[in-house]
Write a protein that binds this ligand. Sequence first.
Ligand SMILES: *[C@@H]1O[C@H](CO)[C@@H](O)[C@H](O)[C@H]1NC(C)=O
Ligand SMILES: *[C@@H]1O[C@H](CO)[C@@H](O)[C@H](O)[C@H]1NC(C)=O
Ligand SMILES: *[C@@H]1O[C@H](CO)[C@@H](O)[C@H](O)[C@H]1NC(C)=O
Ligand SMILES: *[C@@H]1O[C@H](CO)[C@@H](O)[C@H](O)[C@H]1NC(C)=O
Ligand SMILES: *[C@@H]1O[C@H](CO)[C@@H](O)[C@H](O)[C@H]1NC(C)=O
Ligand SMILES: *[C@@H]1O[C@H](CO)[C@@H](O)[C@H](O)[C@H]1NC(C)=O
Length: 808
Amino acid sequence: MIHFLFISIVSGSTSDTITSVSPLKDGGTIVSSRGLFELGFFSPGNSKNRYIGIWYKSIPVKTVVWVVNRETPVTGNSGILKITNSGVLTIMNDKNMIVWSSSSSKATQNPIAQLLDSGNLVVRDKNDNLNLLWQSFDYPGDTMLPGMKISKDLLTGGENNITSWKSDDDPSIGDYTFGCDLRGYLHQIIKKGQVLQYRSEPWNGIDFGGISVLPQNAIYKFDMVFNEKEVFYTYKMFNSSMISRLTMNHSGIAQRWVWSDQVKDWVVYFSIPAADGCDLVCGAYGSCAINSFPKCGCLDKFVPKYQNEWNGANWSKGCVRRKPLDCKTDGFVKLKNIKLPDLQYAVFYKNLTLLHCEKLCLKNCSCMAYANTLKTGGTGCMIWTGDLVDIQQGPSYTSEIYIKMAFSDLGSHKKKRKIIPLIIASIAGVLVSMGLIFVFWRKWRKNSVLKGEEEQVGNDTDQLYTNESQKEDLELPLVGLSEIVKATHNFSFNNKIGEGGYGPVYKGVLQDGKEVAVKRLSKTSNQGLDEFKNEVICISKLQHKNLVRLLGCCIQGDEKLLIYEYMPNKSLDYFIFDESRRKLLDWAERFNIINGIARGLQYLHEDSRLRIVHRDLKASNILLDFDMNPKIYDFGMARSFIGNETQANTMKVVGTYGYMSPEYAVDGVFSIKSDVFSFGVLMLEIVSGKKNRGFFHHDHHHNLLGHAWLLYKEGQLMELVDPSITDSCHLYEVIRSIELALLCVQRNPDDRPSMSSVVVTLSSEGELPQPKQPGFFYTDHVPRDDTSSNTHAPLSTTEMTITLVNGR
Ligand SMILES: *[C@@H]1O[C@H](CO)[C@@H](O)[C@H](O)[C@H]1NC(C)=O
Ligand SMILES: *[C@@H]1O[C@H](CO)[C@@H](O)[C@H](O)[C@H]1NC(C)=O
Ligand SMILES: *[C@@H]1O[C@H](CO)[C@@H](O)[C@H](O)[C@H]1NC(C)=O
Ligand SMILES: *[C@@H]1O[C@H](CO)[C@@H](O)[C@H](O)[C@H]1NC(C)=O
Ligand SMILES: *[C@@H]1O[C@H](CO)[C@@H](O)[C@H](O)[C@H]1NC(C)=O
Ligand SMILES: *[C@@H]1O[C@H](CO)[C@@H](O)[C@H](O)[C@H]1NC(C)=O
């Protein structure tokens, strides 16, 4: 036999190649050039069948990493591996029948098969080691070696994954596969047949949030590549002399092994799924935690769907919300340190910020949650439109998710300590209710004494006018200082989101996950206490969708804190006065904002039980919720009126330059019409994107009001409009808004419309009256140094709320 001759040649040397004239017969082997891998016939376990495999040559424990003919063994010891002239690798049995062949190859002069030191068996032309005709790395078995790819071809849909053997004796394709999955977003999965057994967290650009060993990993570097054609996972060793592999074993465990020279054996570096059995066991809205007993629990404010089954440790049916969603008033609760739920119903949005994701999720009734996916600073978020399964919690997980909850399950309703209802004996009490503070203090003292905290209380007086019979149904939770300190990371700079007239504002997250804004009255401000009381009393009585809601307060020692609902989109000035951000607010949104402010003010002036003048209406006091709905904020300066009283005098003028009406700034006379004036200014600012104060025009010295007035007289009102909305604007609405604004800023308060007629006018048609000349026409109309004796903010700070004591 002609073969026999050549075989002796191969087995006699340590070649790394098979050529058409030197096939490989059972008993012989080829060895890669540096002696790292060897290829030859072998029989796994107790099997008698012959397979051709590749194993490590350099270690004493025989470890097969790839099997050529895993489905088609050779019986008997006469198998032969050869390469045909057309470059096809084939295995023949003793009857000269082909039992296996490499699918395809291109014809070539001198085909050879070569075993590389990477463990890759390649077919190429003898004289061309760049163009491979075939390689074993394209057909992974149960082992992934460095440099191999687990991939998904996005064009053909084909995929490469590693598949377990059937058993130790049988290398044919078994039940388990380990591969890349693209549902929702890129992640790794293990399947038994087509059933999901394990999934990693989505790839976030750095790691799979769920696999915590990786950040500390110092032995190999992995890469997840995502391009137009394919996605793939690959890795390489930091130190190429280290030996490591990833395998899928036939009981469904993927393991990374590292060869230890010390113990002369393989050591498991990690296994997935981990041995805790937390994967996919707890059902929808259940959460698995390794160290808790039982390991499955329902998420907060969820209850088991079938209590009996659940009690019997059958968790597969999961949990349901205690309060169903209504898709109108729902909100979100944030969970931290979790493994993101399964991505079957997840949709990934590459270009959306978290904020937009929240909006999207609120609008879609089947959306159950959203999350940030990229931790690398880019945008990208995901929403889930089905039940959330396979949530796990623990310190090793780094992801956060926002779960949709019914309104009543959102807040701190359960945890918050109820304080005594505020007692407001009469409207007059609003103006001089020093006693209220003592009520707070007393209550706080009781609480803190119970808790054994230290306290510093000023003169305690017992002249409290707490009168049980006068209690109203007004409840405002008192929040402990320690909780606020925790929520704001001890008022850390990073949490600071603004600076109001009386102190900084911080973002905080309460224990229950609710996001809040905390206004901290500055200790040095001697006005603080009055305004604080005022605000608490004033706003806690008000309920309107265009007013910011006060959720609680805190008085402890020197600290005076107000806790508001958190407004994710900051304030109006943040948008309209910024060159690039103003483009984000189109005319429809601006018009909606104008309408919202008008309705909020109308409520304050006319509809609420108290008749309230805000006195400090300005762009920075208009906060925006996630749908860009405006909410009026900062009632520190607000005043209420009794009965038919319509105006008041004050020695202390507070407000902000540019927004104050002339009669108020100059004479200290204020009424609801002073708010109307400020509203007119605000409207012009919204339309033009320019600040009234600080407005500059090279042709004249008028402020924005004056400029608008001149354009009105010239019939050139469109020149006032912010160029970034000229495309989106509704001409009629814009012109009408400007004309209405001019009516609001007329010098004589009696000429200005009421807020209710503003609201009506905004939504109706018909002629408007001719406006008269506005008040404060020129930029330099505001009294300066001589009257500013009591200001605590430099007057040049145009956006600061200022206080003037009139020398009358
Ligand atoms: C592995 O590939 C096969 C065939 O393409 C596919 O049916 C299976 O779902 C894949 N497994 C994983 C875990 O991706
Ligand atoms: C790489 O690993 C080998 C064997 O484990 C070791 O001898 C060598 O010092 C390592 N090299 C580096 C740069 O760590
Ligand atoms: C698969 O790996 C797990 C974890 O190391 C081990 O307990 C199990 O025995 C392995 N199964 C087989 C068939 O080797
Ligand atoms: C859990 O309950 C379902 C029926 O709801 C049943 O089919 C399943 O076998 C149970 N599983 C266990 C582990 O008891
Ligand atoms: C993503 O957003 C940026 C900035 O808004 C924009 O320039 C880009 O075109 C967007 N890309 C896609 C694919 O929408
Ligand atoms: C909600 O989202 C799902 C998934 O993206 C989509 O199929 C469905 O049409 C959406 N529903 C609405 C009302 O937008």
